[in-house]
Ligand binder design. Structure first.
Ligand SMILES: Cc1cc2nc3c(=O)[nH]c(=O)nc-3n(C[C@H](O)[C@H](O)[C@H](O)COP(=O)(O)OP(=O)(O)OC[C@H]3O[C@@H](n4cnc5c(N)ncnc54)[C@H](O)[C@@H]3O)c2cc1C
Length: 427
């Protein structure tokens, strides 16, 4: 059977040691079978195990093989579309519930890291950087909005103040969120996987779910085995393919690219980001960056609709990095990789249940590190019969991409072109 390795990323090169996790051979019986060992699957597994469920996870490749082991590592609060958009889309009660949950994912990550002693270089502090006065105005209203839902760790920054936390002259101001922050994303996933196993859960790597037999007693079929379960959680996100056809129509995998410099040395690193906060700008097609624990700069940006891998990632991302930090023009790039996230038309997560026993959560559209951790808790609550918070997500409306599978890429590329034009012209 194929042995799918990690992409050649900085994260794979600096991953903590892991035990072997053999593929599933034969038949097993469990309470919950989870498809996919990214944050959604692992967070669900942990909450379920902590509540007495028996859990088996089948992972097509390796723990954290997908976006969870490749992302920018930025702990960003709320959702890819903010609570004000949700308030305009759904009723007041549902919006209130979703707003109250918008800052929970970051707390869950910190609790997990502390409880299971996960070594993932957790650092507090994330910056939203404004390039235009319109973006600054948006941050001001975002601060008021988040404060309305109880978030009180935010600071607006003017041009002078933001220059104290990031050595980039392009920003006119920003907002610091001290409950944001950053992590080594793959090591977070690996630590969560170890926690799952410490509680008696089983993770089968190199074990794709190839078919789901639906019904009162669902079965997940894999190339050399099957898992009989009471419940299934589908957590394959952008890597799921067509396993559950009704999910594929309303979402689209998109690629985004990341580069990592050679180690910069303490002094240069400190001049770039003195407090070691992570940064993302406020453009629709945004740039995001941060330092690693060994003082490299990780810089991400760019979106490829339809998730085709671009030929030369460095050629796409390095100019963006030099636009922010011209002082890095002689610095070498050691790693470049791409990863897929899942976009929905509304950019809100797609959550629900098929029949009585197949649950899913996917499509957090770019910002998913915190949401996926919350999703695991909300799915586990629903399986324990407390579905109010699950229903708040499941009630969000989702629509197929216009033109269906054939046209969804050109349509979204057109949308992205429009938004990037808006970013560039500042309107
Ligand atoms: C390059 C990049 C940078 C990002 N940066 C950030 C960031 O800085 N901050 C932020 O908040 N968000 C970021 N995101 C988004 C965030 O990483 C994702 O939203 C989140 O990790 C999704 O987690 P997941 O568990 O739902 O999916 P994934 O992590 O993609 O996991 C899905 C898993 O399911 C497995 N799988 C799929 N199909 C099957 C099957 N049939 N059988 C078995 N297993 C299967 C896959 O192999 C994979 O391991 C980024 C995403 C990318 C790609």
């Amino acid at each position: 059977m194929a042995n799918t390795p990690y992409p050649q990323s900085y994260y794979a090169a600096s991953a903590n040691p892991v035990p072997p996790r053999p593929a599933l051979q034969g038949e097993v019986q469990t309470d919950v079978c989870i498809i996919g060992a990214g944050y959604t699957g692992l967070s669900s597994a942990l909450f379920l195990l902590e509540n007495g469920f028996k859990v088996s996870v089948v992972e097509a490749a390796k723990v954290g093989f997908g976006a969870s082991g490749r992302n920018g590592g930025q702990i960003v609060n709320s959702y890819s579309r903010d609570i004000d958009v949700i308030e305009r889309t759904v009723g007041a009660h549902q919006a209130q519930l979703l707003g109250e949950m918008a800052f929970e994912g970051g707390r869950i990550i910190r609790e997990r890291v502390a409880k299971y002693n996960i070594q993932c270089d957790l650092k507090d502090g994330g910056v939203f950087a404004a390039l235009t006065s319109k973006q600054m105005g948006h941050l001001e209203s975002q601060k008021r909005l988040w404060e309305r839902f109880g978030h009180n760790q935010l600071e607006l920054m003017d041009r002078q103040r933001i220059r104290e936390v990031v050595a980039c002259d392009n920003y006119i101001g920003g907002m610091l969120d001290m409950s944001g922050g950053h992590i080594h994303p793959l090591n977070l996933a690996l630590g969560e996987a170890a926690a799952v196993e410490s509680l008696g859960g089983t993770i089968y790597e190199q074990t794709p779910a190839v078919r789901i037999e639906r019904g009162a007693n669902p079965v997940v079929h894999t190339p050399q085995g099957k898992v009989r379960a009471k419940f299934i959680i589908v957590a394959g996100n952008a890597y799921l393919g067509n396993l559950v056809p009704e999910l594929a129509a309303k979402s689209m995998p998109c690629g985004t690219q990341v580069i990592t410099t050679e180690p910069l040395g303490d002094e240069l690193a400190r001049t770039l980001l003195p407090q070691d906060y992570c940064v993302e700008d406020c453009n629709y097609l945004l740039d995001y960056y941060r330092l690693t624990s060994d003082k490299r700069l990780i810089f991400g940006g760019g979106v490829v609709y339809g998730a085709r891998d671009p030929a030369n990632i460095e050629a796409i991302i390095r100019p963006k990095m030099l636009k922010a930090f011209p002082q890095l023009k002689n610095v070498k790039i050691d790693y470049a990789w791409t990863g897929n996230f899942l976009l929905t038309l509304s950019r809100l997560p797609q959550v629900g249940r098929i029949g009585d026993n197949i649950y899913y959560s996917q499509g957090c559209s770019g910002h998913g590190v915190t949401y996926t951790h919350l999703a695991g808790k909300v799915l586990a609550e629903a399986m324990r019969g407390q579905a109010e918070r699950f229903d708040a997500f499941a009630g969000l409306p989702h629509y197929p991409f216009p033109g269906g599978q054939m046209l969804r890429v050109p349509f979204s590329a057109l949308g992205a072109w429009y938004y990037s034009l808006r970013d560039r012209l500042g309107f």
